[in-house]
Design a protein around this ligand. Sequence first.
Ligand code: ATP
Length: 195
Amino acid sequence: MLKIGITGGIGSGKSTICNFFKLIGIPVFQADVDAKKLLNESAIIRGKMTLYFGSDIYLPNQTIDRKKLAQLIFNSPSLLEKVNSIVHPEVRKRFFEWSDQQKTPYIIHEAAILFETGFAQMMDYNILVTAPKQQRTAWVMNRDNSSAKQVEERMSKQWPDEKKEQLADFIIKNNNQELIIPVLLELDQKFRAHG
Ligand code: ATP
């Protein structure tokens, strides 16, 4: 079974494209959704987070204090890296347990950071989704009800597309100029043939 990574910057359209694969019956593991869940559910992560950040990183109801965590990591790349180093190994473990149970010719691992964490190397192929920055900003402002400044700040913390383009096996241009579904169907055929 092939493992396909799908990544792309904020608002590039990763999840939208993954929804298409789900529709045609391909299982999709959403690393970012799982990471958020595991922050609350994994005893290993809870132990490490508490050790590093103190027990009040969790609220009295035992869920992570997202506001506090966001404040801590927003302006500190080293703290962000620390959180990632606590969470990602558990997400990876969960991904392999999950992928072992799937029965399709290929499966998809969707993550906002895939090249950055080195996990891309464990995939058979990696797809990068790109879209013009202005378009991504407009989409995310609309989706999250956020300001252009907030979106641009988040974008500036991610690797630029040019860097990720060097590492990707396939690039999907979600720019409303090229038709995407034929490209996705072609990839589906290719992966099925190899899976
Ligand atoms: P994030 O990293 O922030 O989770 P993402 O890469 O998963 O973002 P999506 O959530 O798929 O991006 O897309 C961002 C928003 O843009 C969504 O509201 C989606 O509906 C919209 N969008 C994406 N692609 C298109 C498109 N081609 N036409 C219209 N809207 C689009």
